[in-house]
Design a protein around this ligand. Structure first.
Ligand code: DQQ
Length: 581
């Protein structure tokens, strides 16, 4: 490296600052992308034609259309100049891009329009609550209303002059005060909402109440807090309890809580996004409307080791209730794992994960997520394999279709669990560390077995999605699900940690385990055991691209496994954010 390059690098380092949780490159943030590199661009995951995206904002269903807003830089492929870009869809598959819905225009948001949520008022009027950055760089909460309610596209939004509706008063840290939730209505006829914040090391879900949606008063205590640093993008919503009168997979609208009978039959989910570690965790618990206290159920660790929606690259997520199909849908942002210069070269950065239906498991021990049923409409050419034994250290290729943009469902059977390796209870806290130690190339007894996706024909590049089974005390087992991208690309600068989570299944009883993986050029989005454990990762193969991307099944354990059934489909490319005519 010559002195000029060293100076340039130093300059970039000096100019690199962190604003809220995002790294800011002042010299890059307004550099328009002139060319788009399509090599690793996704086909059916949500993304605009170019530039940077991050958090999903204000998702909702209105007059027959799904609306998705998202944090977007209209001027470049790195974070900055943030507006609420806006897209609509009738089916969550084909998307039409509209002009940005909310963008800096008033003193209360002149330095940025950050994340927020939609609330549907009882009158049917949707209202957006979002964080604005004011001239003093303070984070304040604002509302915006549609200009024309009869326009199902909700193209224009009006910000009343009485904004901000919530300012960082009363001991609130003005640079750590953001991402208002959907509001809910209590039996005392007051609206409530949460705003993410922190005091010292303590993350807070600060609670506000309002009678008229205009004047908001801070409650004496936050709804909840935890020693996990700044809480971004809190989400708080009800889920139906199995055994109640309604089907447990059905979603519950916060608006339904006005009905006391419904309110008695639900549990609540509180999810927070941890700015310090850039992952999210959730708890399920009870919420007492009268005292505004939320108490997580026993069995939900309320700390860094809490359950996660996704154990991979999935952040700043937000759910909404879909009245059209009576379900709760979760959107989450997946960042790039390649470098900032790569993003500049690509001309784009960031995607949204496939929207997931989300519900509480029958025993109330965790949430389950599954890609929305609509994406099945994209399935095209189909291949399948059944009853195929994969012996120790063997693998085979799934041929006859193009896997670079595909949907793969497989069920593995394990005949002999007696040889499973002994589990060390110290591993329980950190599946990711365990998977780092026992990556896909480390042989085992029961596992590693699973898929090599986006693999080169000669296997010099491959991303492994796999399971390992351990035995613990008595006849119990622990199942680990991993995503190992360490061999995914020749490009050494790509961030590629192994990601992992445990899967809550009684494998001695089921003897089988299912995996569904959505492959989309640079996305590997996996759902273990019917959606109990999810891992999304971003990879950028150099060789395993286009028709040169292959799919294999492998078994690197001592014990044979069997592919009971594998179904794989090529996926069509939907209409992805073409501008409205
Ligand atoms: N992204 C937004 C913030 C939020 C963060 C800014 C999370 O509102 O806290 O783009 O990714």
């Amino acid at each position: 490296m010559g002195p000029a390059e060293v100076t340039a690098l130093l300059l970039v380092a000096l100019l690199t600052i962190v604003r809220a949780s995002h790294v800011v490159y002042p010299e890059l943030q307004s550099l328009e992308a002139t060319q788009i590199d399509e090599t690793s661009r996704t086909g059916y995951h949500f993304q605009p034609p170019k530039h940077w995206i991050n958090d999903p904002n204000g998702p909702m269903y209105y007059k027959g259309l799904y609306h998705l807003f998202y944090q977007y830089n209209p001027k470049g492929a790195v974070w900055g100049n943030i507006v609420w870009a806006h897209s609509v869809s009738t089916d969550l598959i084909d998307w039409t891009a509209l002009d940005p819905g909310i963008y800096p225009s008033k003193p209360f948001d002149i330095n940025g329009c950050w994340s927020g949520s939609a609330t549907l008022l009882p009158s049917g009027v949707p209202v957006m609550m979002y964080t604005g950055i004011d001239p003093d760089e303070h984070q304040v909460q604002n509302v915006a209303y549609p200009k024309n309610l009869s326009d199902p596209f909700l193209r224009e939004w009006v910000k009343p002059d009485y904004n901000p509706i919530i300012s960082p008063d009363g001991g609130i840290n003005a640079s750590a005060f953001r991402d208002p939730t959907t509001a809910w209505y209590g039996p005392d006829r007051h609206w409530r909402l949460l705003v993410g914040s922190k005091v010292g090391d303590k993350g807070l879900a600060v609670l506000y109440r309002s009678r008229d949606f205009k004047r908001w008063v801070k409650a004496h205590h936050p709804l909840h807090s935890g020693l996990t640093g700044m809480w971004e993008c809190p989400d708080f919503f009800p889920v139906a309890v199995h055994g109640g009168s309604r089907h447990h997979r059905r979603g519950v609208d916060t608006a339904e809580l006005r009905d006391a009978a419904v309110a008695e039959e639900v549990k609540y989910v509180l999810k927070v996004s941890l700015d310090l570690t850039r992952y999210e965790y959730y708890t399920v618990g009870s919420y007492d409307h009268a005292t505004d206290r939320y108490t997580p159920d026993a069995g939900f660790p309320d700390n860094d080791y809490g359950l996660r929606y996704d154990y991979g690259d999935f952040y700043a997520s937000k759910s909404f209730y879909d009245p059209a199909k009576r379900r709760r849908i979760l959107w989450g942002w997946a960042n790039e794992s390649d470098t900032v210069p790569d993003d500049r070269k690509k001309g784009w950065a960031g995607i949204q994960a496939i929207p997931r239906k989300l519900w509480l498991s029958p025993r109330g021990k965790q949430l389950i997520q599954w890609p929305v049923e609509e994406i099945k409409a994209l399935r095209a050419k189909h291949v399948n394999v059944s009853d195929k034994v994969v012996k120790s250290d063997q693998y085979f290729e799934v041929t006859g279709f193009k896997s670079v943009q595909s949907d793969v469902e497989v069920a593995f059977a394990i005949k002999d669990l007696s040889k499973a390796e002994q589990f060390n209870p110290a591993w329980l806290r950190d599946p990711q560390a365990l998977c780092k130690k026992r990556g896909a190339r480390v042989t085992g007894e029961v596992g590693p077995f699973g898929l090599w996706v986006l693999a080169a024909g000669d296997l010099t590049e491959r991303t492994a999605v796999f399971f390992r089974v351990f035995k613990t005390t008595g006849s119990k087992h622990v199942v680990l699900m991993c995503n190992d991208p360490t061999n995914s690309t020749f490009e050494s600068q790509v961030y590629r940690p192994t990601f992992a989570g445990f899967v809550n299944v009684d494998i001695a009883q089921t003897k089988t385990i299912a995996l569904r993986t959505l492959i989309d050029h640079s996305v590997v989005e996996s759902f273990g055991a019917g959606g109990k454990t999810c891992i999304l990762t971003r990879v950028y193969p150099k060789k395993a691209v286009g028709d040169d991307a292959h799919l294999f099944v492998f078994n690197h354990g001592e014990v044979d496994i069997k592919v009971v059934k594998l179904d794989a489909w090529e996926m069509k490319t939907p209409k992805m954010n073409a501008p409205a005519q």
